[in-house]
Design a binder for this molecule. Structure first.
Ligand code: BDR
Ligand code: CA
Length: 316
């Protein structure tokens, strides 16, 4: 039976691929709704982008819930320099189809709470690929849902890899470190796809070409989007392509043999200063604290991209 998932995201190019990969995998995953948070761009744009992606996939039956427009304590930090002004700029300048379905008439946080409470205990898996604001607020409003979740799988953090927004911090954690800390300190079963693993998943030219040529109608659009997404990282780091962060979460739920990790204690630094948003990760068990996070550390990049290409072709 397909695992029932809620996806909380901030599209964003890599969030877009995560959404499409989930939609393309009905045998493994049933996406019961998408909650959206401000992050890569402001909330109104991340919500619009999510609805456009559902139109692209001809899946306007899925509801989109708008969530928190800003982090708990800090001003929002966005990433137009990576994702473009819309948050989903394309290489060719072509636009995504207009959305057909209005935004759902419920706050994303209430959607998360109600969905988990209305399902059997252990039935819902939560996936988060943006700042953790919606999740932390849901856990604060309804702590009972923490134990009712099967698990929470996030893209965020950097255990052993330098940060991508400051020397110490990864973007999703940095944008709302207080929310992240609340989530990491909750008792939720937590798996973290941080930069340690996502920086191994580069959108190299052959992988991009495969998505364009073998990913069908939707794959061709995704390749156009990723062509834009690649520009910032290639220009800044001189890599062969940008890291395709967010779909690691969904790919792992589809095929757990793609990635490996290790249980460790992780704490989020919320002190003002150069380490704000750092995920301090205890690989050697040097501290006294019990492990609280499965930190993913290695994976098969070729199989990951082959899965994405194959599944996108099935959206036609
Ligand atoms: C994360 O930040 C965002 O820009 C991406 O969508 C991803 O979730 C990577 O640090
Ligand atoms: Ca994201």
């Amino acid at each position: 039976m397909a695992r029932r998932i809620l996806l909380d995201c901030d599209p964003g190019h890599d969030d877009a691929v995560a959404i499409l990969l989930a939609l393309a995998s009905p045998a493994e995953l049933e996406l019961i709704g998408i909650s959206v948070v401000g992050g890569n761009v402001k909330l109104d744009a991340t919500v619009l982008n999510t609805r456009k992606l559902l139109s692209l996939a001809a899946r306007d039956d899925i509801d989109v819930y708008a969530g928190c427009p800003r982090p708990m304590l800090r001003e929002i930090v966005t990433a137009e320099h990576v994702h473009g002004d819309t948050g989903l700029d394309s290489g060719s300048g072509r636009e995504l189809p207009d959305p057909l379905r209005p935004v759902a008439d419920k706050h994303a946080v209430n959607f998360i709470i109600d969905s988990v409470r209305n399902a059997a205990a252990g039935e819902i898996t939560l996936v988060a690929t943006g700042p953790l604001t919606n999740i932390a607020v849901a856990f604060a409003m309804a702590p009972d849902i923490i134990e009712r979740l099967q698990e929470l799988v996030i893209m965020g953090g950097a255990g052993f890899e330098p940060g991508n927004v400051t020397p110490a911090a990864e973007f999703n954690i940095y944008v709302d470190p207080h929310a992240a800390r609340a989530v990491f300190e909750s008792s939720v079963k937590l798996t973290m796809f941080g930069l340690d693993i996502t920086h191994q998943m580069l959108i190299t030219p052959p992988r991009l070409k495969a998505i364009e040529e073998h990913g069908g109608r939707v794959g061709a659009v995704v390749a156009d989007l990723l062509d834009f997404f690649n520009r910032y990282d290639i220009g800044k780091y001189g890599w062969d392509g940008a890291p395709l962060h967010d779909p690691c979460t969904i790919a792992w739920l589809i095929d757990p043999t793609l990635f490996e990790g290790r249980l460790m204690h992780v704490v989020v630094d919320t002190s003002e200063g150069p380490s704000l948003g750092r995920t301090v990760t205890d690989w050697f068990g040097a501290g006294e604290e019990e492990p609280n996070v499965m930190v993913m550390t290695s994976g098969d990049a070729d199989r990951f991209f082959a899965l994405i290409t194959d599944r996108l072709s099935q959206l036609d």
